[in-house]
Design a protein around this ligand. Sequence first.
Ligand code: ADP
Ligand code: ADP
Ligand code: ZN
Length: 217
Amino acid sequence: MQILLMGPPGAGKGTQAVKLVEKFSIPQISTGDMFRAAVKEGTELGKKAKACMEAGTLVPDEVTVGIVRERLAKEDCKNGFILDGFPRTVEQAEELQKILEELGMSLTKVLNIHVPAEHLIERAVGRRICKTCGATYHVKFNPPKSDKVCDNCGGQLYQRADDNEETMKKRLSVYEESTRPLIDYYKKVGVYAEIDGRQPIENVTEELVNVLYSVKN
Ligand code: ADP
Ligand code: ADP
Ligand code: ZN
């Protein structure tokens, strides 16, 4: 199953990807997570991505497409994958199409988590992530049992540098301009489905899973 999870920043892509990984035993491929890991390690890739991420703009397509091409060629993607946060431009979508053709694959479903803009800043600003295991919380909507500590592993929780109101506004405008056009792109391809992301996390998961179960292939 080759799944693409789409949606604006803060819509719940990462949260849902983790649930789908458990359910379908296929890996999550998050370009944002890959870039953050590279920045932390100080690699060449990290150097290329850092300034864009801090500014809330997109990392150039040639950089982003390259890391996805390498990742999708790995053995663990043979039975499928969940792309989270890629593609974000029509150009990236066209490149993805080429990569999948090279691998003899196609997209099973494009799932767009729809959340109106007015909710997204609150979602991002309240997001907290575990330094150790990467689990995602929200101070109000999905709070950890104890402040600043991960329920899963006891790790320390942190806030992403770009999860502030100002950078989020930029990310949302980049989404409107560069990423929203993908909705029409994938509607034309014909594997598109939209899920209401304003529901509680468990309900969103249930709807996503139902759509995936209904796919005949
Ligand atoms: P969110 O899920 O909140 O939208 P991500 O973790 O997916 O955030 O992305 C964080 C940042 O990483 C983006 O603002 C952008 O700078 C960079 N990034 C992630 N994915 C891509 C992509 N497909 N193309 C270009 N830049 C990307
Ligand atoms: P994305 O990967 O799309 O940027 P995340 O999955 O990281 O989004 O979710 C953004 C924030 O919103 C996190 O703090 C997360 O806990 C919270 N969140 C995710 N899904 C929901 C939901 N259905 N209702 C309320 N808050 C949510
Ligand atoms: Zn943890």
